[in-house]
Design a protein around this ligand. Structure first.
Ligand SMILES: [Cu+2]
Length: 392
């Protein structure tokens, strides 16, 4: 299912860029700060003139972005791999079979030349791979900037039913897209940093913008109910960006008491334009999450997390996207979903790899209510690497 071809142009360029940053940017200097902005990965205490290694639980589970700040002058580089697998369809929270979709769900394009009354092409499965390259930089103790650039690969499998009615299957086909997604720049602004006998707590405001750098005019070859194989503009779900400038507001709280830590975050994706160049805007997305972590030893912590999201359907329509398939209908987007996630954070404590972080998180949906028919989430996986330069 996974498409693991050799790195193509843009991905290779990003890898080179990251490597260049690593080699050219010198380590940030570490001052002895009695009021650390936040552990951008480590306990700021400086004892015996030595900087102590980071704590595993100083970062939230890897699926939570924009969780922590860095001190002034600190630079952190990160890479995350995210895999999302979808299989089967839901209308609301009810499973619906391809046969039922193909015989009962109205085609909104019916009436146009060659358009059947019901949907005749049904997505059965979708795989999304995202490679997220990120950087964080402390412009001041209270303000950290975070830049993110994703490289996305998508593929969707479909079954095509023959003609305008019935349940005879004509065949299956797969569409694929890949390229960079929407780049974003956010500021994390410290609202409150507290220190207790047992630990610390931090409250940060998140204010970001997402630029429409991802393509929204990707094309692919499909199989129609009449047996034709034209190349067409692919549906919204297969496009790589939103096409609009988006506001990314949020707030995040993290607290630690001894070896136990917990936190919560809200983030939003608010479309700042009614329409992108193709005449639509994706629905606003709101996401809330809470987590708890236990640190067994400074180098390892485990986490449990709940993430909930709600998204509107698509507003407007791209006139180049049509066909007897659910993904061509802007109404069949958005919905609600709750995931349960389990994670591990690792951070090397000494030697040449001191301060290198490796973390993973696996998620399964526990509730989905979709504006369907729509493909449902099956499971998600994330693997991430992070390093704050000069932290050991
Ligand atoms: Cu960071």
């Amino acid at each position: 299912m996974l498409t693991n071809g050799p790195p193509s142009g843009p991905r290779k360029a990003l890898v080179l860029l990251t490597a260049a940053c690593l080699t050219t940017i010198s380590s940030a200097s570490l001052a002895d700060d009695p009021y650390p902005a936040q552990n951008g990965g480590f306990d700021m205490s400086v004892k015996d003139g030595a900087v102590h290694a980071p704590r595993a639980d100083a970062h939230a589970p890897i699926g939570v972005m924009a969780d922590h700040r860095h001190r002034q002058g600190e630079l952190m580089l990160s890479y995350r791999y995210m895999g999302m697998w979808m299989e089967g369809n839901l209308i609301g929270d009810n499973n619906v079979s391809p046969d039922k979709i193909a015989t009962t769900v109205p085609n909104r394009f019916f009436g146009a030349p060659g358009q059947p009354p019901t949907l005749r092409v049904v997505p059965t499965e979708m795989n999304t791979d995202m490679h997220m390259f990120g950087g964080m930089y402390g412009v001041a103790d209270r303000v950290t900037l975070m830049a993110m650039l994703p490289y996305i690969t998508k593929d969707m499998h479909h079954v095509t039913y023959q003609g305008g009615m019935g349940t005879t299957r004509l065949g299956t086909f797969e569409t694929k897209t890949d390229g960079i997604g929407d780049a974003s720049l956010s500021a994390l602004i410290g609202l409150f940093d507290g220190k207790t006998a047992q630990g610390t707590q931090h409250l940060n405001l998140i204010l970001g913008m997402s630029a429409p750098t991802g393509s929204i005019d990707e094309e692919g070859r499909i199989l129609t109910p009449m047996g034709l194989q034209p190349t067409v503009r692919l549906p919204y779900a297969m496009q790589l960006g939103s096409g609009t400038w988006d506001l990314l507001p949020g707030v995040v709280y993290m607290a630690r008491s001894g070896n136990f830590s917990y936190g919560g975050q809200y983030r939003g994706w608010i479309r700042l334009e009614d329409e992108n160049d193709e005449g639509y805007s994706l629905g606003d997305l709101h996401q809330g999450t809470v987590w708890a972590q236990y640190e067994w030893a400074p180098w390892i912590s485990n986490s449990i997390r709940v993430a909930a999201r709600t998204q509107d359907s698509i507003h407007g329509i791209d006139l180049n996207i049509s066909g007897p398939v659910q993904t061509a209908n802007p109404d069949f987007y958005g919905g609600e979903r709750v995931d349960l996630l389990f994670g591990v954070n690792l951070v090397a404590q000494r030697g040449i790899i001191c301060g290198q972080r490796l973390a993973a998180e696996v998620g399964v949906p526990v509730y989905q209510d979709l504006n369907g028919p729509q493909l449902k989430s099956d499971w998600t996986f994330m693997l991430g690497w992070q390093k704050t330069l000069g932290d050991c």
